[in-house]
Design a binder for this molecule. Sequence first.
Ligand SMILES: [Zn+2]
Length: 361
Amino acid sequence: MSVAGNSARAMILVEPRRFTPTRLPVGEMEVGGWLAVEATGLSGVDVQAWEGTSRFVKYPLIPGHEVVGRIAEAMTDFGIPVGTRVVVESSIRCGSCRRCMNNVSSCNLRKPINAYGQLPSTESPALWGGFAELMYLDPGSRLHVVSDDVPAVVSAFAHPLAAGFTWAVEVPDLRAGENVLIMGPGPRGLSALVAAKAAGAGWVGITGLSHDADRLRLAKELGADMIVFSDVDDPASAVADSLGSRPDIVIDVTSNDTEAILLGLDLVRVGGRLVLASTKGTAPVNQLFSDIIVVKELSVRGAFGASSAGYHWATRQLAQDSRLDHMVSHEFPLEEADKAIQASAGHFGREDLISVALAVS
Ligand SMILES: [Zn+2]
């Protein structure tokens, strides 16, 4: 079956805060493939594209980087049959640029970032995001089969779940019995909790703000040993009361909170590991005295995006852990992309808000 010659419904973000529903013709491509999009999860990356605060985005573009769908056509052999449902890793890798050679997740063959949902639709073949019925599969796409038994919007949660595994298990090399403090209860923070517990962590605590009450309640159900509202209670005393010592690993998955870095450096044990997985844009970390890293002999690691190992784990975990069905609290049809983004940003309130997905087909 050839997809070329058809057209695909898409929501194009022509400028910040303005979507235009459209139909794009599908051109003939010699390599890569086409994905029939089923669902697309939303994250802060989409919110920033919508608000116009991302330094990676050029307009117009089709947002959506947490994509799941079925392979509709494959000009390049991805090793997976046409018709199979797959999760597409957000970042595209050329395999030959300096970044790919150094095995970091942010290939920059296409500037400024080679990733779905962030490439302008002026670049052929335009369909580079999950806010559309069809998405082009670059030959450098990495695909992971996901069970047909998992609801489509839930399988899109493989993306944050993969990041949770990468940041909580892989990057800090988590060993069974170790204690982990996660700062930030968003979809990726909750995923880090699920992954750490599944990997045999001893104690896992998680911090959030008062408006995160429902996310922290879910964290309890997912096995968190401690939840703390860091705008009401002192996280240091809460950790001391609950754990009785300092965590081996602290992970910063807060949103735009520079203070979290100072708190993480302070709370982690001597010789411990701090994983920084949240970007702070142009905000500096004030009053950072680097001696704390030296004297405590800390390992500080930056983590940007999810690894293929993370995706491999996440797609399997979704098929066997039905608790993950609760991770997607809101779903919207493609036409309501605007509403979906605002819901995910918390503009309609945060009650019951865990994560948001678009059900595309
Ligand atoms: Zn590359």
